[in-house]
Structure formats: C-alpha cells, structure tokens
Design a protein around this ligand. Structure first.
Ligand SMILES: [Fe+2]
Length: 301
C-alpha cells in the first residue's frame, strides 16, 4: 500500500510552520508503539525483530529530511517514555549526523539502526538503579556500565544485523582518550559509527532531563561539545552538530547574568560556541570576546 506523505514523514510547508510541527510530532509519536513492542520482544529473550526495527528505521530515515529538526526534537522531548524517546532521538540524530557528513544512505540506515538498539541492554538493569534520583554508588555505576555489553549480547545472535551496528552498540560509551567503557578503547580502536553514536547519545542526554539533573539548553550543550571534541568525542562529528545547533539558535532570545536580554545574531568564530548578541537599542555584544558574561536563559524569539 502506498504511504501518504505524513506516513512517509514528509513534512509539508506551511506559512505558520504549525502543520510542519504537527506532522513531525504525529510521525514521531506513531513510532513509539512499534518500538515498544520490539523492545518487549527483545526483553523476553526472543530474537531481535529485525524486520520491525528496519521498518522503524526507514520511517526515521525519512524524518532526517525534516527542516529545523533540532528545534522540533525539543518540542517532543519529555512527553513520552524516556527510554523509548531516547532511543528514537539518538537514532534520528545519529542518522542526521551521517547524512550531514554526506555519507551514503546505507550508512544512514546503519546509524539509525544502531541508535534504536544502543541502550536496549538497559532493560536488564534494575529500575532501582536505572531511575535512582541520587548520585549512583560505585557498584551501581558498575552495573550501569555493563549496559553496552548487555545490548551487544541481546543483538549479537541476529545474523541480519550488520557487524558494524553490533560493534557501534558495544562501543557507544567508549571515548577517544580511553576514559569510556566497557573496554577503555582509544582513538581509532573505536569504530566511526560508534563515535557518531557517542555524539548523538551525549547530545540527547544533555538536552533531556534526567533523575539527577535538569536538561541543558542548546547554548550549554554547545560549550560541552566544544570542550569534549578532540579529547573525548570525534571532532568532525562534533563540528557538524555544532554548526546545526548554531543555525537552530540564531534568532533566539537570551538572558544574561547581569539581567540584560538580547537576541542571538550569529557566531563570529567557527570553533567558538559563544554568539554575537544584539540588544533592543541596537548595540552588539560578542560573547566570544567576553568570556566572563554567562547566558542564564534562552527562549525562542
Ligand atoms: Fe548507553
């Protein structure tokens, strides 16, 4: 049966952008049920329903064409089951990163597939640890740090899942400087797909609320990514994401720690996450030259 535009995730333009938002929200929300069913199947120790996951991945591939995707993801955040939502978001952002890097369509599909399955091993971790609202004890951290291995074990028997996807799932918490887990791999010991997944996972974790902290806004996420790239996260992948975040926040209103408000005009330095601001009286302030001034709030214009 032919898919409608909405079923295909095609976002039609509208003068207000409202129908675009609704179409994205509708297409995104419709994937929650099938993903939940797939996870239940995996948890009950049955084989990974590869065909169902592939179908979800195809819909997500279409959604990578959504204009202004990073802002649209903000609007659906925290309205759904956190684990399902995180899996969908990481899949979508990882797919976008690969696409923005001009990699071929099969690489986009693999990134989305890996994103959908990367945390499936968390289903084997007790909720008392997974949802603990306080800082984890060392042994609890050890339990959490087993989840990439659990995810790998759950998907490893499936001959229909590419080895590159399995490896990316196993390595998504490894970091370039060897500070990650479970194997403390370094640099090119970590697959490129795992490094894409690491950036997408870090981005979504920072943008989402967690039991032990509140969500970070895009400006703070940019500073975190700028600090972590080259050291922990792949710079090529971080730079492409930073550029997209910059596009997403231009025009936003910010509040400064001295009480003033201003609009983000542009970013003066390509590798610097601190924007050029304009006040209502027309004056400009380049935060890249004023590192002590902090942004305390950000909202759409
Ligand atoms: Fe994870």
């Amino acid at each position: 049966m032919a898919k409608t535009n909405e079923e295909q995730g095609v976002i039609e333009s509208s003068p207000t952008g409202r129908s675009q938002d609704d179409a994205f929200l509708s297409a995104y929300s419709r994937l929650m049920g099938p993903l939940q069913e797939a996870f239940i199947t995996i948890e009950s120790a049955r084989p990974v329903p590869v065909r169902d996951i592939s179908e979800i991945a195809h819909y997500l591939t279409d959604l990578t064409d959504t204009p202004d995707l990073l802002n649209k993801l903000q609007e659906v955040r925290d309205k759904q089951d956190p684990m399902l939502q995180h899996s969908l978001n990481v899949a979508l952002v990882a797919g976008c990163l690969v696409k923005w890097l001009d990699m071929p369509r099969n690489a986009i599909m693999e990134a989305i597939f890996a994103g959908l399955l990367h945390d499936v091993g968390k289903m084997l971790i007790p909720e008392t640890i997974l949802l603990k609202p306080k800082k984890l004890l060392p042994y609890e951290q050890g339990v959490i740090r087993c989840h990439p291995f659990h995810s790998y074990q759950l998907i490893q028997p499936s001959i229909h899942i590419p080895q590159s996807v399995k490896l990316a799932v196993l390595q998504h918490h490894e970091r370039l400087d060897g500070s990650g887990y479970p194997a403390q791999l370094k640099l090119d010991e970590i697959s490129f797909l795992a490094q894409v997944l690491a950036v997408a996972d870090s981005y979504d974790a920072m943008m989402s609320g967690r039991p032990y902290r509140t969500a970070l806004a895009h400006i703070e996420v940019m500073e975190e990514l700028a600090n972590k790239m080259y050291v922990k996260l792949d710079a090529t992948v971080c730079i492409v994401l930073l550029d997209k975040i910059k596009q997403a926040v231009v025009g936003n209103q910010v509040e400064l720690d001295d009480g003033r408000t201003a609009k983000i005009v542009r970013f003066e330095k390509p590798r610097n996450p601190r924007p050029l601001l304009q006040f209502d009286d027309g004056d400009y302030l380049d935060l890249s030259r004023n590192p002590r001034i902090r942004i305390t709030g950000i909202s759409p214009s």
